[in-house]
Ligand binder design. Structure first.
Ligand code: SAM
Length: 245
């Protein structure tokens, strides 16, 4: 069907592309790419060659009118970012919002996302989580953001660039305390590693001093969420005592 397709692409391993994503890319009239070289390589790896235009925070304003005009004529436009799911800490939201405002069809072609991949292997609860994207690169602002997240009763998922990992983990340990956490690095790639432990131990771990590549940090919920069944029983018993005459 005609419309705007949000196509998830591999986060490292080129084989992590869905059959449907390939169908959609090969049928697209225009492929919008965060970086046309990166998406061009992916297309080439699967024997595809398509008209492409750059769509990122800089070029998006120029490319969007062309994409929207094409959609209004009944065309098919695919949006892909360099890695993972578009819009998730990646370009695309203004285009999707405008397409919806104009009543144009928008479809997801779901697939990899570093956030969910890291959550599933972290060993931390996955039924309730908060994805907070990138924190501020500046320590004071980052600590304020962490303080806001401290009360959230859910597993936290954060993106970070490798070079800032140590400074971020140090702030996390200080603001959130020694919660269980995991650092997932280079997921699906040759040097994939997962380091699990309390935040303070991760912040002090020499193995994380010079991390190569990209990381996701997953942090266990604060204490209330981690309360055991015994704690719940004790709280219930106490409440009942207060109620009884
Ligand atoms: N939209 C993408 C997604 O859904 O996965 C995320 C894009 S964001 C600009 C890039 C960040 O994602 C990196 O800084 C890192 O935190 C994380 N990331 C992407 N690929 C990764 C990988 N293979 N292993 C670990 N983290 C990754």
């Amino acid at each position: 069907a005609p419309g705007l397709y949000l196509v998830a692409t591999p986060i490292g391993n080129l084989r992590d592309i869905t059959l449907r994503a390939l169908d959609i890319l090969s049928a697209a009239d225009l492929v919008l790419a965060e970086d046309t070289r990166v998406t061009g390589k992916l297309l080439a790896a699967y024997g595809l060659s398509k008209p492409m235009a750059r769509y990122d925070e800089h070029a998006g304003g120029r490319t969007a009118p062309r994409a929207l005009a094409l959609l209004e004529q009944g065309g098919r436009v695919a949006l892909a970012s360099d890695a993972g799911t578009p819009l998730v800490s990646d370009p695309g939201f203004p285009l999707v919002r405008e397409a919806i405002a104009r009543g144009l069809p928008v479809f997801a072609a779901p697939g990899p996302s570093a956030a969910l991949a890291a959550l599933t292997v972290s060993g931390l609860p996955a039924e309730r989580f908060l994805f907070a994207g990138f924190l501020s690169p500046k320590s004071a602002a980052r600590r304020r953001e962490l303080a806001e997240l401290a009360g959230v009763r859910a597993t936290l998922i954060l993106f970070e660039g490798g070079s800032r990992l140590k400074a971020s983990l140090t702030d996390m340990a200080e603001v959130l305390g020694p919660r269980p956490a995991a650092v997932a690095r280079e997921l699906t790639k040759l040097h994939e590693t997962l380091v699990r432990g309390p935040l303070d131990a991760l912040a002090a771990d020499p193995a994380l001093d010079h991390p190569l590549g990209e990381v996701v940090i997953v942090i266990a919920p604060g204490r209330e969420e981690a309360a055991t069944a015994d704690d719940a029983d004790a709280a219930l018993a106490e409440a009942l005592t207060r109620l009884s005459p």
